[in-house]
Design a protein around this ligand. Sequence first.
Ligand SMILES: NC(=O)c1ccc[n+]([C@@H]2O[C@H](COP(=O)([O-])OP(=O)(O)OC[C@H]3O[C@@H](n4cnc5c(N)ncnc54)[C@H](OP(=O)(O)O)[C@@H]3O)[C@@H](O)[C@H]2O)c1
Length: 309
Amino acid sequence: MSTAAEAGTWKLGDMEVNRIGYGAMRLTGNGMMGNSDNAPIDRDVAVGLLHKAFEQGVNHVDTAAFYFSPLRSANELINRALSSWSGDVVVVTKVGPGRHPSGEWLDTIRPDELRGQVEENLRQLGRDCLDVVNLRAGGPRTASIAEHFGALAELREAGLVRHLGLSAVLPEHVTEAQKIAPVVCVQNSYGLDWRRADESGLVDLCREQGIAFVPFFAVSGLRREAAAGQEHDARVHSVARAHNATPAQVRLAWTLHRGPHVLAIPGTTNPAHLAENIAAGSLRLTEEELVLLGKPDEGTVRDSAPDAR
Ligand SMILES: NC(=O)c1ccc[n+]([C@@H]2O[C@H](COP(=O)([O-])OP(=O)(O)OC[C@H]3O[C@@H](n4cnc5c(N)ncnc54)[C@H](OP(=O)(O)O)[C@@H]3O)[C@@H](O)[C@H]2O)c1
């Protein structure tokens, strides 16, 4: 059986994690996107899936208090799973413009409101100190994150948070934050079809500064929050065939090949996909395949133009 350690490890501050992790957003179903008709995932099934991930070496889980649907919260499910698990698992959560309890997405948050979000995560996860908290900026149009990141740095000093990270940022935000407190990870949308973090130099900047770069939507690509759907990229199919692998594995492996500092947090509620995603860590792409995947593919279906998260 493949384990999450096969792609190697990376240190988030003083905490070592395997490079293949797990993103918990999908655990709450489409209700997270405001569709309250969606049947909630069974709690025991969700806990079982998380335990399967831990058994296969996943020790890095991404979450947020705003990953909730009418009857489920990702944090609650992670808390339950960890209460019956003895191994070390690093839980990375995020704060910033999130969601009202009604489910409505909010555009902004004041720096002084971040403490409440951190405390909400502490309560839901059953912790006295959060492993890593990412500040989710309002996107690249956010001019400065200094006040918000400064507020989180104070909470770190106060012992509520061990390490800090960033999400949905540009390189200049990383530089600005690093002057305030160490940044251990940066989480942006990134993958074969969406490489703004390459164009901006963000992936390279993170490597130079020893910061983990943690892409989201690496499997779902331009479909973003929607279900991943069928693979339309001929290049991905051809590389997958050569390795007897699946398109999702090729997409994940491609991101991991961007550098040892790149971590994966694929989200799934399907145990077979979970095993497949973990096994993607042992997929080694050749130089020729990386060149092929690096070329724009005119046959690729572009579903939508995502924002610049
Ligand atoms: N910082 C931020 O602002 C932000 C934003 C979005 C997400 N995130 C985090 O990033 C994580 C990853 O993003 P994501 O979950 O949206 O997208 P993703 O991991 O790129 O893709 C998930 C989608 O792909 C499917 N999938 C997963 N593995 C598959 C496989 N092996 N074969 C076929 N389909 C597969 C899943 O469906 P199945 O359930 O059917 O497998 C789901 O529809 C999230 O869970 C969340 O923790 C962060």
